[in-house]
Design a protein around this ligand. Structure first.
Ligand SMILES: *Cc1c(COP(=O)(O)O)cnc(C)c1O
Length: 459
């Protein structure tokens, strides 16, 4: 499997380049030169695979030049040991919807699934090449925790996590700040997530700086994360659909990483009808689907903070795809965005987008009422991100099978859940001690220079 950039389809990169660099040198995103396809009978042959076997099969397809089968098998098995259930994910029925619980990993969010695998990929790649890296990552709450858990105590890695100060939940923060490991550094930035992300991006683009510290990234543009997330779309399909019956997914969306993995699953041949982009008030992607205009507005703080994002980084990958895989066209749109703060999709591209995607958004009040309704009707507690996925799926009401991705455990957002249901969602027993452990983090102003100095002093 070879890789190219969304902004230059001529230059070829290896999985190792893609994995370690995260962002292409031209500022574009890495994508496979050719997406592997399954025929429908090949897909049927995977039907009885366990979650781990399915992961081995799919992940290997995307990094067959970097790892051998044996390495992948070990890597996958080690990565899922820290999950609280055997099959990693779990499907539950909720009236006419299916809920895919993705939060049974060590930090209670779906991001654990990919991040645990990535942590082990770093181990192998860094050891093989005798390398050290410094990972810098922005988080809207869950990425940072998942990354820290996967990378703490690793010897060839330092990790710096920027989170927007006071804009993530207390449990989200504690998952990051109570980890006591000398290679972990938490920064609370006096700003919002989009600024955290913007600063990380500028550090990557500053070649002097990024090369001098051997900077690497694990945010949602890292291609390996997408790959690992493809697996649960296949797994869900086998669980709820009979041969070639199509299925739909409703995905609580921020940076467009999770749902884009579903799009790749569809391209690989999985019979997916529609992918529903479920957003909160930060509805840039709904506006794109409605009007073709991609125009980031000011970020609004909501009760589903992991989706408080206006610049959906992974969307560039889809732009490339719906523009007939033309990197010049993609580059032009990205330059429009930089120059005038927006771009517009052509009629044909918009039609292609709508072929696969639907979108709607949920207000804060609607989100709370979904949490309350699900509790009253089913005695089940759900987190606000999952509630957005359910609420939007209900608004859109598709005919075929619908799977809603349940992206976080309710206890990670216990304030909102408690206020709407009067019940306190309990953390899993094994994680309760984070609430009393000492926290470690540093506060920094919204100033790129200070962030760079902070990093340079600690490596
Ligand atoms: C990160 C996150 C999302 C959004 O996922 P993207 O890949 O950024 O679209 C949704 N829900 C939760 C709980 C998250 O942590």
């Amino acid at each position: 499997m070879d890789y190219i950039s969304t902004r230059n389809q001529k230059k070829i990169f290896s999985f190792k380049d893609v994995f370690l660099k995260s962002l292409a040198p031209d500022g574009g995103l890495f994508i496979p030169k050719r997406i592997p396809m399954y025929t429908s009978s090949e897909i049927e042959n995977l039907r009885n695979f366990s979650y781990t076997e399915l992961s081995e099969e799919i992940i290997y397809k995307f990094c067959d030049k970097e790892f051998n089968k044996n390495e992948i098998n070990n890597l996958v098995n080690n990565s899922f040991k820290s999950f609280r259930i055997k099959n990693v994910v779990e499907l539950k029925r909720l009236e006419n919807l299916n809920l895919l619980e993705l939060f049974h990993g060590p930090t209670l969010a779906f991001k654990d699934i990919a991040m645990q695998v990535i942590g082990n990929m770093y181990d192998i790649i860094l050891n093989k090449n005798n390398l050290k890296v410094n990972i810098v990552v922005a988080t809207s709450g869950d990425t940072g925790a998942a990354a820290i858990n996967a990378l703490k105590n690793k010897k060839n890695i330092n990790i710096f996590v920027l989170h927007p100060e006071n804009k993530i939940s207390e449990v989200q923060r504690k998952f990051m700040t109570t980890v006591n490991s000398t290679n972990v550094f938490n920064i609370a930035l006096a700003s919002n997530f989009d600024d955290c992300q913007k600063f990380v991006k500028s550090m990557f683009e500053d070649k002097n700086f990024s090369n001098s510290i051997n900077m690497s990234g694990v945010n949602s543009i890292n291609w390996a994360r997408i790959v690992v997330q493809i697996v649960y779309y296949f797994f869900s399909y086998f669980k709820i659909s009979n041969k070639s019956e199509k299925i739909n997914f409703s995905v609580p969306t921020g940076n467009f990483g999770d749902i884009y993995a579903g799009y790749i699953a569809k391209k690989m041949g999985l019979p997916i009808n529609k992918l529903v982009i479920a957003t909160n008030k930060n509805d840039i992607l709904k506006r794109v689907v409605d009007t073709g205009f991609y125009k980031p507005l000011k970020v609004q703080h909501t009760i589903s903070p992991s989706m408080d994002i206006q610049v959906a980084s992974n969307f560039e990958r889809l732009i490339f795809d719906i523009n007939s895989c033309d990197s010049d066209k993609t580059l032009k749109l990205m330059n429009d965005l930089k120059r005038s703060g927006e771009f517009k999709l052509g009629k044909e591209e918009l039609t292609k987008l709508r072929d696969s995607f639907l979108s709607d958004s949920l207000s804060e009040e609607e989100t709370k009422s979904v949490i309350s309704k699900v509790h009253k009707k089913h005695g089940m507690l759900i987190d606000p991100h999952t509630a957005v996925g359910i609420g939007v799926a209900e608004k859109i009401s598709l005919k075929d099978n619908v799977v809603v991705l349940s992206t976080a455990h309710p206890s990670k957002f216990f304030d909102v859940v408690m206020k709407t249901t009067n019940i306190k969602p309990e953390l899993p027993e094994s994680l309760k001690d984070i609430m009393i452990k000492k926290e470690n983090y540093d506060r920094l102003p919204k100033d790129l220079k200070e962030i760079k100095n902070y990093i340079l002093k600690r490596i």
